[in-house]
Design a protein around this ligand. Sequence first.
Ligand SMILES: NCCC[C@H](NC(=O)CCC(=O)O)C(=O)O
Ligand SMILES: NC(=O)OP(=O)(O)O
Length: 313
Amino acid sequence: MKHFCTTDDITELADWLHLGNRLRAEPDLLAHLGRGKTLCLLFFNNSLRTRLSTQKAAQLLGMEVMVMNFGSEGWSLEYTDGTVMDQGTAEHIREAAPVVAQYADLIGIRAFAGLKDREADYAEMVLQGFVQHAGIPVLNMESATAHPLQALADALTIEQFREKDRPKVVLSWAPHPRALPQAVPNSFAKMMQALPVDLTITHPEGYELAPEFTGGLSPEYNQEKALEGADFVYVKNWSSYSDYGAILSQDPAWMMTAKKLGEAQLMHCLPVRRNVVVADDALDGGRSLVLQQAANRTLSAQLALAHLIQSNS
Ligand SMILES: NCCC[C@H](NC(=O)CCC(=O)O)C(=O)O
Ligand SMILES: NC(=O)OP(=O)(O)O
């Protein structure tokens, strides 16, 4: 069975990008593909874009959609085998996942990193729990370590707006008041290695991402140097991977501004904290692609759902 868990599940990127462009021009191109199928979306964390764009994508494919805010309304789930469940968890993944699968043909899961236990997060306990026990295809809507729907939308956005055959793309860390997961930068870094771009990653020391996602690319710790000649600047906060989940810096000098951006085009997955992560002048200055990225989320969800339907039929 095929699932959509990481960017590695994008089988032929060039074909997917090509189909994405066709879907942008003709959103109901695959209107009959999902007819008679039901998609159940389970959210263990908040969402705006993922929730609405995935529903919209499913509707464009002719599917029925059920959505549940599992974090606040579902039973708290147990994932470990053999546990005596006399504490906080009320239901085991061994029942919950196959129960959902009886009502749906595909399951979408959003479950962020807990940022306390690196091993559990990087083992993708929640997402893989559903993969293992649901018996139907699973769509990752941002898991502990990966956000492939976002990374695919980002690739579509770079393809759409690049002015050079081989643009320079800079992934630039920015400060944030809360500890955030590495899922978005992990998948973005991985995706950029599959595109004809030159990737530079810049962040303060201690924020190195897991090498399995960066392909061993060394970071440039000097942001100013990293930004020289950039065509696209992707701004994102994340917490430390090595000192797992820690906030090591809140230095406002790392915030992205219109001056630092120069001629480059600005990207961020959203939601973005204005004047902490990105300054108003960069977001409002006419070089921002953040709304186009969000628009491309419908395309990335259509592509992933179409792939799951076709490859599992
Ligand atoms: N899916 C897009 C990003 C989701 C999440 N951001 C957040 O939780 C930010 C919330 C805040 O700003 O409080 C992240 O970084 O992975
Ligand atoms: N970019 C993104 O995934 O947004 P949401 O968290 O609002 O779904």
